[in-house]
Each structure stands twice: as C-alpha cells, then as structure tokens.
Design a protein around this ligand. Structure first.
Ligand code: AMP
Ligand code: MG
Length: 413
C-alpha cells in the first residue's frame, strides 16, 4: 500500500496546462493568465479632479482661511466627459467636477465645501497645497510595465483594470475537458425506470459537480456496462478529453474490467492500493500525455478520492500555481472513533468559534453512504494508528466550500 503523499508525488508531475485561449473579459474571472499583460496606458489616463470644487494654482490660494479668504475670478468649467478645458490663467479659479480633466496650469483642487460663491468670483476659505485633490496622470500605473504577471488569477479587480486599459480579451489557460466514465451493469440514469438491482449513476453527477467547481468542463460518457469490449471502446473515445476519470471496476471482482481495458488501449497504469479511507483502490496512468485516473466506484470513495487526487491536478491544468486547498487546524467538538489501520478523510461540518474552527463529524462515515457528503464543509484527516480522538483534539482539515466564510449577519462595522 502506498501513502497519499506517494500517490500525489507520482501523479502531480503529469498534470499541467493544456493550452491557452483568448477569452473576453466577461469569461475571464476564475481563469489564470498564460502571459504577462503590460500596461497599455497611464492610469489615470489624464490628470483629473478627485472632488467637486475649483481648480486653482496652489500658489494663488496660499494662506487662505475662513477669516482671510482669497477671492479668485472664475475662468470657465471642466466637467467629466466635457471638452478639454483651456489653460487656467494665473490668479483665477475654474469650476471643476469629480473625474474632470485638470486645466493646464492648475495644480490643486479646492473642494467645494471650502469655498463660497462671490458673484463672478469664488472665495477660497482654505488653502490647498500642490497636488491636493488631484489624481495625477500615471500615478496609479505607468504605461509599459507589467500590469498583471502570467499565472495571475483573474478576479473582479483584475477585470476592472484590464477594462480600464482597453484590454478586452486576455490569453488564459484553457479549462480542461474532463471525461467521466462510469462502469457497472447496475447503473441507470435519473430518468430511467426503477428496476430491481439497479442504482442511479450518481457518481456521474457528483463528479461532474466536482469537476465544474474545480474549473474543468465535465463530459459524461454513456454508462459503461461490465463488458471488456465496451469498456475499451468507451475508454478510447474518452481519451479525446484532456483528462479521463473512470469510476468503478478497479477492484478485483470478476466484473472489474478497467485494468484490462487500460492495458488494451495502451495505458501503462499503476494500480495502487492507497492508504486512505475511503477509497483504497486507485489507478493512475498516462495515455500519451493524457492523464487517466481510475477512481473507486463507491460514491463517497469516488468523491473523496477526486478531492484528494484529481482536484489538485485539475487545478494545475487550469494554470493555478497554488493547486492545493489550504490546510486548516480544526478542533473536534466530540469524541470520535475510527478504525486506525489507514488515515481517514472524515467528513465534517465546521463552525467558526472564538477559539478557531470546530469540527463535528457526520454521523455516517461509510464509503457508500451518500448522506455522508451532504452538507459537508471539510475533510478532516484522522491519522492512522489512533483509534479514539477526544473532544477538543486538534486535527488537520481542508475546507471544501466557502461556507466557512459565509454568515447570516451583515458585515456592518
Ligand atoms: P465497484 O468499484 O465497481 O466495485 O463499485 C463499488 C460500489 O459502488 C458498488 O456498490 C457499485 O454499485 C457502486 N457504484 C459503482 N459505480 C457507481 C456510480 N457510478 N454511481 C453510484 N454508485 C456506483
Ligand atoms: Mg462495478
């Protein structure tokens, strides 16, 4: 039996980006840049006012106070989106609005609240130093430099700056197409009539959800009966994807044909017993450069091994330089017993308390018990060699969803 670490060390080098594509900014969030993006122009693109008020020369308003205001005759106005303002003559003030171009010659804006109207002039009640309330051209970003480096993740902020730079499309790593092959004569689809001895191919749905959540594009192939020829044929078809996941049929049963099918299509695969619970049988191989992962068929084993062994590789394919989930320390809220032979990725809900994350194991922990992945926040590592964990025991966990960052209460100060 090999360890989780050994399995990942063997698998991870085989995963990497599967090419790049141009996408529009609307499709870019969640993707990773395949190349540096240079700043095209200064930001702000022109010096403009940060306030509604009056553009002045700072020297003209030096020393102005409420008790000793400085009156400056008005010289036109500058508004956002309006015409380019003419130069500001010395000793004058120009009405200006937020976002409007600074007139040449002006170097400060006195905010409206510090002024009083005075016929054709304006009284300045408070001095403004050079640069005050002015957003200078290029002060946020100078044209020509690397604005966003390759491998940067695109989120709302990145989209915003790209748009401001008139970059309407970016080159990002492609989302991998992930073929999902489910084996088993007993499998039916959700819409099929209920027949004795059959079950719904729930793995195809659950794995698709996991693939999508991880950023991949799931491609579910028709169910594969426990027949070698059909398994070979479907596997060949699946190999047109960027990554192939099969589930079921990897054990030693008489109807488990995955091993032989891999041989037949030329996948030199390692069939492992990985020391992890749930999910002992696991297969990994390469068909050319396409990774093929054989997951166990039990629904919980399939989902947990996807999380542990497939998701990190899938994230690498997407170009994520940090493909692993963050490890958190959690404290058990209750005593818990597990069978100590293998490390176990137990399913838990997690609550944030004053003393950190508190984990409560789900009642059902069986590899085929579908409720044991319902409402799950975390996979908690229960190390081998320990049978009983006391309430308050500290364990390592990964959080599966951002539920831990969610609250019913607003963030109000
Ligand atoms: P196997 O790995 O093929 O021996 O399957 C192990 C268990 O998981 C059996 O009880 C199967 O019926 C069940 N199983 C296999 N594939 C699926 C699937 N795609 N969806 C739901 N259950 C499955
Ligand atoms: Mg089977």
């Amino acid at each position: 039996m090999i360890s989780i670490k050994e399995a990942l060390e063997a698998m991870m080098p085989a995963f990497g980006p599967v090419g790049a594509e141009r996408v529009g900014l609307m499709e870019a969030p969640g993707r990773f840049l395949a190349e540096d993006v240079l700043g095209r122009s200064d930001l702000p693109p022109f010096s403009n006012s940060a306030m509604d008020g009056y553009a002045v020369r700072a020297a003209d308003v030096e020393g102005a106070t409420e008790a000793a205001p400085v009156a400056l005759p008005l010289a036109g106005e500058s508004r956002a989106g309006g015409e380019t303002p003419s130069a500001l003559p010395a000793g004058r003030a120009m009405r200006i609005f937020t976002g409007a171009m600074m007139p040449p010659g002006a170097d400060a804006v006195v905010m409206q609240e510090n002024t009083a109207p005075d016929g054709d002039a304006v009284k300045i009640l408070k001095a403004a130093g050079p640069g005050e309330n002015v957003r200078a051209q290029g002060s946020d970003l100078a044209a020509g430099g690397v604005m966003l480096p390759a491998a940067a993740r695109i989120s709302a902020g990145e989209v915003g700056i790209l748009a401001a730079q008139r970059v309407g499309a970016v080159t990002v790593y492609r989302r991998p197409v992930v073929a999902i092959l489910s084996t088993g004569d007993e499998l039916r689809d959700v819409t099929d009539p209920d027949e004795p001895g059959t079950i719904v191919n729930s793995n195809a749905y659950a794995l698709s959800a996991q693939v999508r959540e991880a950023g991949g594009i799931p491609w579910v192939l028709p169910n594969v009966p426990d027949d070698l020829e059909v398994t070979v044929q479907r596997l060949q078809e699946a190999l047109t994807a960027d990554l192939v996941i099969s589930c079921g049929g990897v054990s030693v049963g008489d109807y488990d044909h995955v091993k032989e099918a891999f041989d037949r299509v030329g996948i030199s695969a390692d069939f492992w017993k990985v020391a992890v619970k749930p999910g002992k049988p696991l297969t990994f191989g390469l068909a050319g450069r396409t990774p093929v992962v054989g997951l166990p068929g039990n629904p919980i084993s399939a989902m947990v091994t996807f999380e542990a062994f497939v998701r990190p590789g899938l994230r690498k394919m997407l170009g994520d330089p940090r493909p692993h989930r963050v490890r958190h320390e959690v404290t058990l809220t209750h005593p818990h017993r597990h069978s100590p032979g293998r490390p176990e990725l137990g399913r838990a809900t997690v609550a944030r308390t004053e003393s950190g994350l508190a984990a409560t194991m789900l009642r059902l922990q069986g590899s085929g018990s579908l409720p044991s992945m319902v409402g799950v926040d975390a996979l908690v590592m229960l190390p081998r060699g320990v049978r009983d964990f006391a309430a308050g025991a500290t364990l390592q966990a990964i959080l599966l969803r951002d539920g831990q960052g969610a609250s019913e209460a607003p963030f109000e100060g």
